[in-house]
Design a protein around this ligand. Structure first.
Ligand SMILES: [Zn+2]
Length: 461
């Protein structure tokens, strides 16, 4: 039989069903036909079966593995990276949210900016080994059309994604502690519904809609109930920020915590990806557990905001499905987020036994695939799954072998070790070079849109 792509002579790490039990094949091969994995085995056996291929990749000395999955991103946020704003105005997490997050960035977003930043972010993530993201687009003044712009960028670059627009009752320019407006949420719902009409959920598409909701504290119970109705009607799931701010704020305002508010509104369920989940009581964790909510752990942005450390060991103990998000802050290099999540709980709890290497890899592979409802499709190398494959050239001072390869990812791995990337059967990164977009043009366009946004804040560059 003829394959479209034949990868041979590699150290194939399947991660099927997970990092602990997945098969590791020395001198392994993977055959791809169309957008699926057709065969996995040792090179001699696969070559005998698939002697011919349009493209043969010799992976000698390299690792062949599934692509990483990041479950909470804001690709359009890139325009605000390093913005030299007046930091004396930032005295608390609230200031960071109200000014840096909203006034100086989100509220200034345009369709063109979202398109340019999303293209750049998707490209960088692919180059660093991320093949799937769950992206939440924000920008109340870029409506309608914000999601269409993001979708167009994702189509072009070739990453796999679920995308939604953030439904919020927040009014641009008005403090959320003064006033909310359900009319704003209506605009957000419409944006999501228009996107779902174009990119429906529950089908075979590389890009699908996933309803976005901001938080429990920027939406009324009615809006939260409506979000659940839409998620049920369209089978699209929900992405939402949960407990990223001090629990006391919600308890003071509603008499209940975020998980309590969301459970009462009926929003929680196994189709929910909840980002952050930091300040949780034992009861809050129990609520997430009994509703089988998936958690997107975002330790680097939580550290930046001074929000504390999420109780990940406690959530794992309760059997909560744990994944990793990064909000698109910092480098977009997958290795950075894997390593930070791997280390922080050991330090925070003074316990080196917490989160071993195989466990943190599951966060960005099988767990993440299941969180997105795509457990049967991505997250591991298995026959019949989508061909989302990395070829990694390890830059390691010590041998990378079947017995050392798992710890290589927490110890030494850097995104630049990723040499080639296949997504949905398409070779999108070929020996370090993007095949789908012109890298210089994508970078220049993003830079220009960042300049335009910064000028709106009086920053001339
Ligand atoms: Zn977020």
């Amino acid at each position: 039989m003829k394959a479209d792509i034949l990868i041979k002579n590699g150290l194939v790490v399947t991660f099927e069903k997970d990092a602990m039990t997945g098969e590791i094949i020395e001198d392994g091969a993977v055959a791809v036909i169309g957008n699926e994995i057709a065969a996995i085995g040792n090179t001699a056996q696969i070559e005998a079966e698939y002697g011919e291929a349009d493209r043969v990749i010799d992976a000698s000395g390299k690792i062949v593995m599934p692509g990483f999955i990041i479950t909470h991103t804001h690709m359009a946020y890139l325009l605000g990276h390093n913005q030299p704003v007046d930091f004396t105005q930032l005295k608390s997490f609230w200031d960071m949210l109200q000014k840096m997050g909203w006034e100086w960035l989100e509220d200034l977003q345009t369709e063109e900016g979202i398109y340019a930043a999303t293209r750049y972010a998707a490209m960088k993530m692919i180059k660093n080994g991320t093949t799937t993201v769950c992206d939440l687009i924000e920008g109340p003044n870029a409506l309608p059309g914000a999601l269409a712009a993001g979708g167009r960028a994702i189509e072009e670059v070739g990453i796999r994604a679920q995308v939604g627009f953030e439904v919020t009752e927040r009014i641009p320019g008005v403090s959320i502690r003064e006033k909310l407006d359900p009319g704003m949420a209506e605009k957000g719902f419409k944006e999501n519904l228009d996107f779902l009409a174009r990119y429906p959920a529950g089908q075979d598409n590389r890009i699908q809609g996933r309803l976005g909701v901001h938080t429990a504290y920027t939406n009324s119970p009615e809006t939260l109930k409506k979000a659940r109705e839409i998620a049920d009607r369209y089978g699209c799931g929900i992405q939402i920020h949960v407990a990223e701010i001090p629990r006391a704020f919600l308890v003071e305002k509603f008499g209940r915590s975020a998980p309590q508010v969301l459970e009462d509104a009926g929003l929680l369920g196994p189709d929910v990806v909840a980002a952050h989940c930091i300040d949780l009581s034992a009861e809050d964790i129990e609520i997430l557990q009994r509703n089988r909510v998936n958690v997107s752990h975002t330790p680097m942005t939580n550290s930046l905001g001074g929000n504390g450390v999420a109780p990940v060991p406690e959530m794992l103990e309760q059997g909560i499905n744990m994944t990793i998000g990064h909000d698109c802050f910092f480098t977009l290099d997958t290795s950075e987020y894997i390593r930070y999540a791997y280390l922080i709980h050991k330090a925070h709890n003074a316990n080196p036994m917490l989160i071993p290497p195989f466990q943190v890899l599951d966060f960005v592979l099988g767990n993440a695939a299941r969180a997105m409802g795509w457990g049967d499709r991505i997250g591991s190398l298995a026959v019949g799954k989508k061909a989302d494959i990395l070829i990694v050239q390890p830059d390691s001072p010590s041998p990378v072998t079947p017995s050392s390869v798992i710890s290589y990812f927490t110890m030494t791995f850097l995104g630049r070790d990723v040499e080639s990337v296949i997504i949905d059967g398409q070779l999108v990164l070929d020996e370090g070079k993007m095949t789908t977009v012109n890298e210089e043009e994508v970078a220049a366009a993003c830079l220009e849109e960042a300049r335009i946004l910064w000028r709106k804040n009086g920053i001339e560059v």
